[in-house]
Design a protein around this ligand. Structure first.
Ligand SMILES: Nc1ncnc2c1ncn2[C@@H]1O[C@H](COP(=O)(O)OP(=O)(O)OP(=O)(O)O)[C@@H](O)[C@H]1O
Ligand SMILES: [Mg+2]
Length: 417
């Protein structure tokens, strides 16, 4: 339970297949301890966006109720992730002159240069979700992470800007509001940024890597080079597409297709003994029918190759292909499909690593699974952003004071932490 010098944070991952809430307690010195979690099958989400606010709110409420029950805290507000094909990102440059009397870079100058980088033309139906400084350039000297306090007459920034469709983001917020919740310190976070926070090693960000989060309905992609994010995107293929292909290809229902995928599926046809048979429950048949396991593998392999080819196309378009010495890091529930890392390595021609979320203090074994990477990352981001509040103050429920502020988007300069 929280003492007077701690605060509660909550990460809420609204996924296509599940909604997961993780509660954490942050001590006055900023240390995060995971308290508990709640999980509910998701409803009302289609291809990463809310298609039914009421149904989504019911699922959110259920995940949050469970998390309250097993962590012993009341949840009033959450840090939430957003994703979907509507997300777009670009790199932008900002420049300002430093007008401090002693030419010292103040927080005001940093805010101004970020505002300058944000001066881009975006369609009226879109809004800027994040402005992430990749590095600052101080009187021509680049690669600076913390320019505050330095002397200079000119400050520039290379920033990564993420935009999303306003109505899609509002519908996520409305679902949260309808579930009786507000938004807390971490605010609204692009899911791949949260996932990256939970799984990437600092060396991977430095050397360059591509993070691929294979979910139910979509695969999130984030590319890091020189320690900073330089590309984010979404590929509209993920675990549910594989399941549907199996259902159609073998003529089984979706439940049986999911079972076949998780129990017998592999993305590698080469490794299979061509004579191996598995029992399947064909549509309309009473008895199980044996089929070659290689048929299942061929269906899966084709889809997984297509998925990683689309990731490769994104990397080519972003022009980062030659800067990924640390390779590809694969996570998300869909990465549990046998052979995923090998397909990733082959198609992208990179070394591949399967990743689960970092082990935080107090985290149960159950959360040590790639499908919880985003939720763990959101909780970590909520904790890291608490510095906007007074940690030594009275006990507070994360952003409880913002209970009625669901439309108060906190567009924090993510990555500045
Ligand atoms: N052992 C496994 N083998 C193969 N696939 C698996 C396994 N476990 C989970 N999956 C797949 O993972 C997918 C769900 O992953 P995850 O929980 O990361 O998605 P989500 O976050 O709900 O969705 P999204 O990120 O698209 O919004 C499902 O398609 C499921 O079939
Ligand atoms: Mg997900």
């Amino acid at each position: 339970m929280s003492s007077s010098r701690t605060q509660i944070v909550v990460g809420l991952d609204i996924g296509a297949t599940k909604i997961c809430a993780i509660t954490g307690e942050v001590s006055a010195d900023g240390m995060l301890t995971i308290l508990g979690s709640g999980l509910a099958p998701s409803a009302g989400i289609r291809r990463g966006v809310v298609a039914d606010i009421d149904a989504t709110a019911v699922s959110i409420r259920e995940a949050v109720r469970q998390a309250e029950e097993n962590s012993g805290v009341d949840i009033e507000s959450v840090t939430v992730g957003v994703t979907g094909e509507h997300i777009a990102s670009l790199n932008s440059h900002g420049v300002v002159s430093v007008n401090h009397p002693h030419l010292e870079i103040t927080q005001e100058a940093v805010d101004r240069v970020l505002d300058n980088a944000r001066m881009i033309v975006i369609p009226p139906d879109r809004e800027i979700l994040h402005t992430i400084p990749r590095w600052f350039i101080v009187d021509g000297l680049d690669g600076i992470q913390h320019p505050e306090g330095m002397s200079a007459s000119r400050l520039e920034v290379d920033a990564h800007i993420v935009t999303g469709t306003r109505t899609y983001i509002d519908n996520v917020l409305k679902s949260i509001h309808r579930a009786g919740l507000g938004i807390d310190a971490g605010g609204v976070v692009l899911q791949p940024l949260a996932t990256a926070d939970a799984v990437l090693l600092p060396a991977e960000r430095d050397l360059g890597c591509v993070l691929v989060d294979i979910g139910g309905s979509a695969t999130d992609v984030a590319v890091f080079t020189n320690g900073a994010i330089c590309h984010t995107g979404v590929v509209p293929i993920a675990g549910e597409h594989v399941t549907r292909d199996i259902a159609v290809g073998i003529r089984v229902d979706m439940e049986e297709a999911e079972r076949l995928k998780t129990d017998w599926g592999t993305a590698l046809t080469d490794l299979l003994d061509r004579d191996e048979l598995i029992d399947v429950q064909l549509l309309g048949e009473n008895n199980a029918t044996p089929i070659p396991r290689s048929i299942l593998a061929e269906i899966i392999e084709a889809r997984m190759i297509e998925l990683f080819e689309k990731v490769r196309d994104q990397m080519r378009r972003a022009g980062v292909e030659d800067h990924l010495s640390a390779g590809v890091v694969v996570t998300g529930g869909g990465s549990r499909l046998h052979g995923t890392d090998q397909v990733a390595a082959e198609v992208l021609d990179l070394t591949a690593r399967l990743a689960s979320p970092v082990q935080e203090t107090g985290m149960s074994e159950a959360l040590n699974h790639p499908r919880y990477a985003t939720a763990v990352g959101l909780t970590r981001i909520a904790a890291a952003n608490l510095d906007v509040f007074d940690l030594s103050g009275s006990p507070s429920q994360g952003g409880g004071r913002k209970k009625n502020g669901i439309f108060r988007r906190i567009k924090r300069a993510f990555g500045k932490r």
